[in-house]
Design a protein around this ligand. Structure first.
Ligand SMILES: [Zn+2]
Ligand SMILES: [Zn+2]
Length: 124
């Protein structure tokens, strides 16, 4: 008997959306959840998944957080989950929220200017 087996590491986007004010950049964003796992397939059909890890990513700045398995499984099973800031463990922060960029001329600054020093456009 001849088997075709394959082992691959995969990432699935989970059906989860939560509107938040991002702890990293302070803007309105969404938490999106992802599951990473290793999958064994037999004749190209996944038969076994293990090593599941769960992640949350913010839509605003792309900060990546890990969440614990318990919460991850709930999200995977479509249970009602509300993530709190203390549930998230930062893996990779998004871009530095202190950088302000002028929408008019593209001037970038980390200073707390209210107005662009180049063209006087109000900075967000
Ligand atoms: Zn953000
Ligand atoms: Zn400007």
């Amino acid at each position: 008997m001849f088997f075709i087996m394959g082992i691959a590491s995969k990432t699935d986007k989970l059906d989860f959306n939560q509107n938040v004010i991002c702890p990293n950049c302070g803007r309105y964003g969404r938490y999106e959840a992802f599951m990473e796992y290793t999958s064994l397939s037999l004749f190209f059909i996944p038969v076994f998944k293990w090593g599941k890890k769960y992640y949350v990513k913010t839509s605003c700045c792309g900060s990546t957080y890990s969440i614990n398995r318990e919460l991850g499984r709930k999200i995977e099973r479509n249970e009602d989950v509300t993530l709190e800031e203390q549930d998230l463990h930062i893996i990779r922060p998004g871009y530095d929220h202190r950088i302000k960029r002028c929408l008019n001329c593209g001037f970038e600054t980390i200073e707390d200017y209210r107005y662009c020093p180049k063209c006087s456009t109000i900075l967000e």
